[in-house]
Design a protein around this ligand. Structure first.
Ligand code: WT7
Length: 609
């Protein structure tokens, strides 16, 4: 049986919710009177015009509104508000480059200036409120600047993870008809010194009729092709602009961004988040889960290309006036102590990473930790997939030194913010358990027929009853898909796609996906999406992809493939891997390919996984 760890007294005093009793009280209030509860929290940010209704929803039609008819701006609340309150000289972003001797910092004042300039640059190119702007970049400061610049002028950003292939980029640009693509010359990550970002972008925009301009950040100075009509250097786009830019007044429900994620079908869906609800929920959860305190240095190792980076590198921390660290590199470069060197270098107080990174570092033993004190750490966090008990203990004992609360945060691209998690130092930790819902969140366990399973010691599918402010609003261009994926399986509830167990203490333990989605290194992959990619090889007749347990990645990708080919097995396997890299990107490449002569099918001809 797992033992529970008592909260550390140091972290019990701070932030908003400050004790387990208070959490329970606030939780109950948030459920019995959600409108009053969220209205109070929404008052903490600045509005041009207050809302006239806190929430309105109809799950049958997937229609959800929060803070109706309120007017506000996300970039204003992330930047101007703090500058106006006298925090302009506080550090907003610390950027640590791939090479340890490269770093930059931005105060709130400086960031406001950079964001305003780029916002004006975008406006000069004709970008208007509601236009979509695609950001295809590595973890460079300009990515955060571009995100906030879009928010400032009301353009909807769609960040595409920098390791996606040009085909994947093209499809995402086309799905939401982006007008501008922002990228960089080449990228550096670990030992890779020239990741061909602009070249990939060039390939993609050959078939994206909506793209009018491509803006290119000079990151490495490597020569790249520039089309004189279409391509503009970032630094030139801001060379003649004003450094002030009036924020656009956005409606609470105006979309803030689109972020593509995998589902059960072959086509990724564009998850759309709103302006007000997303801001309120991401900032509230940031403060309370991590117990962020003034002057803390907070570091989330995720990539801004995923929701974790949106909510807990950019928006959540900046909305709270925090100092957020952004890291361009990888945990193993120049050596496997890199994470710990950065923690000591900046005296990081909150450290938030993924189980796959922990397991990868665990495999190198304790030596890489020996020369680091890690004394500054107060809170450590985990996200992206279930954290197994062994990794939990290794992380808790050796990184947190047994004194830092470990928050295992369960949430999804669609939820916008953390839904189930311990509050650092407040909720007693239990290894491998995400634990308890955040205020305002009602998790429900249902069986296959949709019956609610109440009480403890039950297991089933995880649904959420009633909406929270940052719930998905639609899937871009296809609202029916949003309804059928999330609101149709179980009447009157949001369906998460995850299995869950409530233990004898009432703690929730996430068991993983129950749909055709696998979780590879904390990245969500639709099996159908990988199959579609494999099937693009002309010698492939049919394929079936499943997940299998993988020591480091959590789940690996296992592909069964029927081929008709002259090539030998090794040759065809190599070619299949290359096709997947080209169609999706390296994250989707199968770990194991088995050439088979047939696949088990149901009577109706569907492949049985
Ligand atoms: C899926 C969502 C949300 C941030 C990154 C992933 C799995 C996420 C946990 C956790 C167990 C987790 C779920 C979820 N997941 N966090 N703490 N414990 N599972 O976002 O790509 O939208 O994937 O990741 O299966 O449904 P995503």
């Amino acid at each position: 049986m797992s033992k529970t760890y008592k909260p550390h007294p140091d972290t019990t005093q701070k932030a908003h919710i400050s004790s387990l009793e208070q959490y329970k009280k606030i939780y109950n209030e948030s459920i019995s009177n959600p409108e009053e509860f969220w209205a109070k929290i929404a008052e903490r940010i600045d509005w041009y015009q207050p809302w006239n209704k806190v929430r309105e929803y109809d799950f049958v039609n997937g229609k959800i509104e929060w803070f109706s008819n309120g007017k506000l701006n996300a970039s204003y609340n992330c930047l101007d508000r703090h500058v106006n309150n006298g925090y302009g000289d506080e550090t907003a972003i610390i950027w640590e480059g791939n090479d340890p001797n490269q770093s930059r910092t931005f105060t709130y004042k400086e960031l406001l200036k950079e964001v305003s300039q780029f916002a004006n640059g975008l406006k000069d190119l004709g970008v208007k409120k509601g236009d979509r702007v695609c950001l295809y970049m590595q973890m460079i400061p300009e990515l955060a600047i571009a995100v906030l610049a879009c928010a400032r002028i009301g353009a909807v950003h769609s960040v595409v993870f920098g390791a996606f292939s040009s085909d994947a980029l093209r499809d995402r640009i086309n799905d939401s008809a982006c007008k501008i693509l922002v990228t960089q010359d080449t990228g550096v990550r670990g030992i890779k010194q020239n990741i061909p970002m602009k070249a990939n972008a060039d390939q993609a925009v050959l078939h994206t009729p909506s793209i009018e301009y491509v803006i290119v950040v000079k990151r490495t100075g490597e020569p790249v092709h520039m089309d004189v009509e279409r391509d503009i250097w970032w630094h030139e786009s801001i060379s003649n602009v004003d450094d002030k830019c009036k924020p656009e007044e956005m409606d609470s429900e105006d979309p803030l961004f689109i972020l593509y994620t995998s589902g059960s079908t072959g086509k990724p869906k564009g998850v759309v988040h709103s302006s007000a609800g997303y801001m309120i929920y991401s900032s509230y959860t940031f403060l309370n889960v991590f117990q962020y305190d003034e002057d803390d240095i907070y570091w989330c190792t995720a990539d801004v290309g995923w929701i974790t980076g949106h909510s807990y590198i950019v928006y959540g921390p900046l909305l709270c006036g925090a100092t957020t660290l952004m890291f361009e590199g990888v945990p193993t470069y120049p050596n496997v102590s890199r994470f710990w060197d950065i923690v000591d270098k900046y005296k990081v107080n909150q450290f938030y990473t993924a189980p796959t990174a922990i397991r990868a570092l665990q495999a190198h033993g304790l030596e890489p930790l020996e020369n680091n004190s890690l004394d500054s750490l107060k809170v450590i966090g985990s996200v992206g997939e279930p954290i197994n008990e062994e990794a939990w203990h290794w992380y808790h004992d050796n990184v947190g030194k047994g004194k830092c609360p470990l928050v295992d945060t369960w949430w999804q691209t669609e939820t916008g913010g953390i839904m189930i998690s311990a509050l650092a130092g407040i909720t007693p930790n239990k290894p491998a358990h995400a634990s308890l819902p955040l205020p305002g969140i009602i998790p429900v366990i249902v069986d296959a027929e949709g019956n609610e399973l109440n009480g403890n010691n039950v297991q089933g599918n995880l649904c959420i009853k009633s909406p929270w402010p940052s719930i998905i609003r639609t899937t871009y261009g296809d609202h029916e898909r949003c309804i059928s994926t999330y609101f149709s399986n179980y009447k009157g509830m949001y369906f998460t796609g995850d299995g869950v167990k409530r233990d004898h203490d009432g703690y929730l333990r996430i068991l993983g996906r129950v749909d055709d989605v696998i979780n590879v290194s904390g990245h969500r992959m639709g099996t159908a999406e990988v199959e579609n990619a494999i099937n693009e090889h002309e010698d492939v007749i049919e394929s079936a992809v499943v997940g299998y347990p993988h020591d480091i990645k959590g789940e690996g990708i296992y592909a069964y493939v029927i081929v008709s080919t002259e090539l030998n097995d090794d040759e065809i396997k190599d070619q299949i891997i290359n096709v997947v890299r080209k169609v999706i990107g390296p994250i989707a490449k199968p770990d194991k390919i088995q050439i088979v002569s047939g696949l088990p099918k149901t009577r109706s001809g569907k492949i049985m996984r």
